[in-house]
Design a protein around this ligand. Structure first.
Ligand code: B3K
Ligand code: ZN
Length: 847
């Protein structure tokens, strides 16, 4: 067992740091295991502190202190594993220190580490303390100057270059935004002229030979810079903007000031190696990190409890950007699918927490779907409530009032109140109350009046037994019996536990389209007969709700198949068939229509309606429905498959990608009828990874993939990113009863580099995407998964802790499965030397 239980950090206990940092200067000597960091930091008393302090605490972790001085005189601070304490003089003083660190053995990918022969850093949230002694908290902001001594040809840090390996960042920043890179790298370069005429050099640094694969990311960067000027009036503020691609990275990317560091998966793309999905993600993540320059860097967070201040807002901004680039309807649907798959799942289980949590043991465990995606949904609602004009005024005021600040959610809501005159005190509950509200509605029609009676209810979540009503914007439109819209979208504002709204003066009973565009992150509970759902599927003028009608119908049909042995419903089959055949709808939208609710989503739905989900039965029902769809629609699918062929050469734009996504959906269904004939042809002929991979997936799914997998391996084994796909596909497409064995065999493959997070996730993480295999009745997959978490924890606690969420849904399942999962979690919890990261997660999941 672990030592003394770690103490949580609490929002309520925030106090300002007693000093301000006026300037930081750092000298790095990058020399492998004997890497040295010298620092010179100018401190002054913080006027905002309660009382002047006569000693200073600096964070420091895994550092070897070589020397320390204050105002030039040697000092001997008291050292602990978390930092040092040292007496200080009255007034301002200069701290100087030298530490020794070893980046070559740093496998946590946090702090300064070596990846593929290059030095790089990751400091958010608390990695800077592994580089030198410093007040490593976001409310301490300072300008930095950095000197890098290394024989590496490229030496980068934040800010503007002022010499070889010398950088000056004039914008005060917290330490979590510090970055350093040194390596044998090549740049793909371009430039940008800002709206006020500043010339900015843009570089994407990659390994030699990868330069052409950075072209798309560069294009996305330039479009992001332009968009932020046009839509938010935000201009870039340095002479250079650098991006570096790194192979070993715990997450997607990091917004370090002027020097974004990216997982190479989200930078490098070529038609032959990247899929349409990869291009889409690259565009979105490049934008996200760039947008952080204002929402995160220029205005940062006072403390880590305010994480959603920068993350929720930046996700919201990248969603707006992607919607402008790729089409609003399709983007909104994919956002909501992702929200439900990740955030609703989190909110409905033992890890539920508010968008602004109130305590944590390890902050890295709170970079969650709730903070990011629900954080963005809260802003989406706010915009509904104050309108586009109000939103614009509030954002302008936010940038004007808080530029240079480390701000809070209270500051954020205050600008909306001041700009619009609205009282947001009840709305603020969205930040403090965890859980997904369930919004039920019943409807009645009498004398030309439609009445909608709403009721909201949020189940208790850990630490929050009682929930107060929230403000819920409910976008509603009404459709007349002939399919025409009779009342266009209006936003109803619900703020009580139960509330009714009337629509008067109607000549006939309309069909209401409720929660249009998914105007609030709630579960809508609306009993409706399948004929009315089919009517909405055919006629709803709101593209999101039209898709949603099909989705809900699909869920109801699947539920009836699973719980009552009902056959696939003809209403659903014919409704989907009509839509898919409708040429007036864009192909990407039709492709989404063909997607059924996921197995995980169905498991939660069954659980919510009082059933114990059986993962094998869910899988089987989905298969039966897919077979029925293929049979019903075969001729239509076959002709669409021909029509949706995109001309060579490949282009990654949304229109072409949309056609390919519909084509791939058709291929998936047709392969159930044509013995994989089309997939075999496509696999041979494809000139791009999107189609090569979709054909391979079909072949493997139908047990026809052995040869193709070998061909693919021989063609791509030199390419890490493509090989990740090869690993992942085999796990995802494996038959449930063999998934654990497949994954295990892959972990024994010579190319399974388990210390690389991308590769680890592409085998172990992929098990989650095969729920029937993961939840196999004998627990073999649970055990394999836990074995690997146990192995990874001492090497990379952050990635291990994140992956424990694979077990967060244990309470949905039957007693045997519950017992097996709990057994695995307890086995992990009992480990000697378990990291605080994983310990906290496992403890919360067990409850
Ligand atoms: N801010 C980083 C995430 C840091 C995660 C630290 N464990 C990337 C992003 O959200 O843009
Ligand atoms: Zn972010």
């Amino acid at each position: 067992m672990k030592d003394a239980a770690p103490q949580p950090v609490r929002l309520a206990e925030y106090t300002p740091f007693p000093f301000v940092v006026e300037h930081v200067e750092l000298w790095f000597t990058l020399a492998g295991p004997d890497t040295r960091v010298r620092s010179k930091i100018r401190f002054a008393p913080n006027p905002a502190a309660a009382a002047p302090a006569r000693e200073i605490f600096l964070h420091g972790k895994e550092l070897k202190l070589i020397s320390a001085q204050i105002d030039g005189a040697a000092v001997e601070p008291a050292l602990t594993p978390k930092g040092l304490t040292c007496p200080v003089p009255e007034g301002a003083f200069t701290w100087e220190a030298e530490v020794q660190i070893d980046p070559t053995t740093n496998t946590s990918l946090d702090g300064l580490y070596v990846s593929g022969g290059m030095y790089c850093t990751q400091c958010e949230a608390e990695g800077f303390r592994k580089i030198t002694y410093y007040p490593d908290r976001p409310d301490v902001m300072a300008p930095f100057r950095v000197h890098i001594d290394s024989d590496m040809p490229v030496k980068l840090s934040n800010g503007n270059p002022v010499g070889d390996g010398e950088w000056d960042d004039p914008w005060p920043k917290p330490a979590y935004l510090f970055a350093l890179v040194a390596g044998d790298l090549r740049a793909f370069s371009s430039d940008f002229n800002t709206m006020s005429g500043r010339a900015v050099d843009l570089n994407i640094y990659v390994r030699p030979g990868d330069e052409p694969r950075a072209e798309y990311a560069m294009d996305a960067l330039i479009r992001s810079m332009k968009w932020d000027e046009e839509v938010y009036g935000r201009e870039y503020d340095l002479d250079v903007f650098n991006i570096v691609a790194v192979d070993d990275f715990n997450m997607g990317a990091m917004e370090n000031k002027g020097l974004n560091i990216f997982n190479s998966k989200y930078v490098l793309a070529s038609p032959e190696t990247a899929t349409d999905g990869d291009y889409d993600l690259i565009e979105g993540i490049i934008a996200h990190e760039y947008f952080h320059n204002w929402t995160g860097n220029r205005i940062t967070c006072r403390d880590w409890f305010q994480l959603c201040l920068k993350e929720g807002l930046t996700v919201f901004r990248d969603q707006q950007f992607s919607s402008d680039m790729r089409g609003a309807a399709v983007k909104r649907i994919t956002e909501v699918m992702q929200l439900r798959a990740r955030q609703f799942r989190e909110d409905q289980g033992p890890l539920a927490h508010p968008v602004r949590p109130e305590e944590y043991i390890e902050i890295n465990n709170f970079y969650t779907a709730t903070v990011y995606e629900k954080g963005a949904e809260v802003i989406h609602m706010l915009k509904h409530l104050v309108g586009d004009e109000g939103y614009k005024k509030a954002l302008d005021l936010y940038f004007e009032r808080h530029d240079g600040d480390a701000a809070t959610i209270e500051d954020w809501l205050k600008v909306f109140e001041d700009a619009t005159g609205r009282d947001l005190s009840q709305f603020a509950r969205w930040y403090s109350q965890a859980g997904t509200p369930r919004l039920s509605v019943s409807e009645s029609f009498k004398d030309g009046t439609l009445t909608l009676d709403f009721k909201q209810e949020t189940k208790p979540t850990p630490g929050q037994p009682i929930k107060a009503p929230q403000v819920i914007p409910i976008a509603v439109g009404l459709i007349g019996p002939n399919g025409d819209e009779v009342v266009p979208t209006t936003v109803l504002e619900m703020n009580e536990a139960e509330q009714s709204f009337d629509f008067t003066g109607l000549s006939a009973k309309p069909v209401a389209s409720i929660l249009r565009g998914f105007s609030a992150p709630v579960v809508l509970d609306r009993p409706l007969d399948s004929a009315t759902r089919a009517f909405l599927l055919a006629h709803d003028t709101d593209p999101f709700n039209r898709w949603e009608a099909g989705r809900v119908l699909g869920k109801e049909v699947l539920t009836a198949m699973i719980t009552k042995g009902a056959p696939p419903s003809p209403d659903l089959l014919s409704g989907l068939h009509r839509l898919v055949a409708d040429d007036s709808l864009e192909p990407a939208y039709r492709a989404l229509m063909l997607g059924l609710p996921s197995e995980d989503d169905l498991a939660q739905t069954l659980f919510d309606s009082g059933h114990v989900p059986d993962p094998a039965a869910i899988h089987a029902a989905r298969e039966t429905l897919l077979e029925a769809m293929a049979t019903e629609m075969e001729p239509t699918l076959a002709s669409l498959y021909e029509q949706m062929e995109t001309p060579a050469p490949y282009t990654p734009d949304a229109e072409a990608a949309g056609k390919r996504s519909l084509r791939s959906a058709c291929l998936g269904l047709l392969s159930r009828r044509d013995g994989c004939a089309r997939a075999k042809v496509l696999f041979e002929a494809a000139d791009n990874m999107t189609e090569e991979l979709s054909a391979l997936a079909v072949l493997v799914r139908h047990g026809e993939g052995a040869e193709a997998l070998q061909t693919f391996y021989d063609k791509w084994h030199h390419d890490r990113l493509v090989m990740d796909k090869w690993f992942m596909l085999q796990v995802v497409q494996a038959p449930a009863e063999k998934m654990a064995e497949t994954a295990k065999a892959l972990t024994e493959h010579a190319d399974f580099d388990w210390k690389n997070p991308n590769r680890f996730r592409s085998v172990l993480g992929a098990m989650q995407a095969n729920p029937a295999g993961f939840h196999r009745a004998d627990g073999a997959a649970y055990q394999l998964y836990a074995d690997w978490l146990i192995r990874l924890d001492p090497v990379n606690p952050q990635t291990t802790a994140r992956m424990t969420t694979g077990f967060e849904t244990w309470a949905r399942y039957d007693a045997d499965r519950q017992q097996m999962i709990r057994g695995e979690l307890e086995r992990i919890a009992a480990l000697e030397g378990l990291s605080e990261n994983t310990g906290e997660m496992v403890g919360r999941i067990l409850g």
